[in-house]
Ligand binder design. Sequence first.
Ligand code: AMP
Length: 283
Amino acid sequence: MQTITLLSDLRQARKPLPGKFGLVPTMGYLHQGHLSLVERARAECEHVGVSVFVNPTQFGPSEDLERYPRDLEADLRQLERLGVDLVWTPTVEEMYPAGFQTWVTVENVTAPLEGKQRPGHFRGVATVVAKLFNAFTPERAYFGQKDAQQVVVIRRMAQDLNFPVEVVVCPTVREPDGLALSSRNAYLSPQERQAATVLHRALTSAEEAYAAGERDAELLRALMSSTLASEPLAREEYVSVADPETLDELNRVTSGALLSMAVRIGKTRLIDNVVLTRKAETG
Ligand code: AMP
């Protein structure tokens, strides 16, 4: 495994690698959610690259950029074990040199949900992912369903800007009690960690209502909200029942609808989602 800091070195190392190249973009502090993407890439591609970069442009001024957890040594050990070929750990100065002023802005699908709560977030995400696509020239790029809107935004960007990259989405990896793995879970106190299961409980309650035949989206939103309200340490930012492609809120729920939410547990902001399936419909 080659661990590389300079873009010029990355290009050199990438050039001779034949066959399909799979890229997994991350912000590090890797957990099994990240590693599941790497494993999938490893299984499907001849060569695998991972970026570890806490991207400052996707954090708002009052967000957790400074205290975002980092442990590069542990990350590299895990990536080495999984047989990754290239790891790029660029500096902020290399990613955004003095004078930087070119941004990728995806329009409609960044307006609601995370985009509404975190202005500028997806501009930072789309820009850094475009730069990662240019740096690694991957045939495939692997993203987690955990960040559902991010997947919609990246797909749109890749299509609109003609990146010859197949976007592959991998299922959300969860703790046994349903909490979605996230680097930000490290912020939670033991009591908050317990309270954080309410996101999955709220999604499950809506999923069950859908399976039992409920098709009124407003009712599912109300059900998720009331489950969240039952947890004293949780504060809802939004709950949504949306079209999975346009992210427009639905009135009538259909198979494939995206149920999503953002919730504060103390100071920690957590997101989670599920996609309704036909299985849920019958089962
Ligand atoms: P991050 O380091 O948070 O930017 O995440 C890097 C990639 O890992 C993104 O594509 C995330 O969607 C994905 N990811 C994060 N958590 C999970 C999880 N629990 N299950 C699956 N993928 C995840």
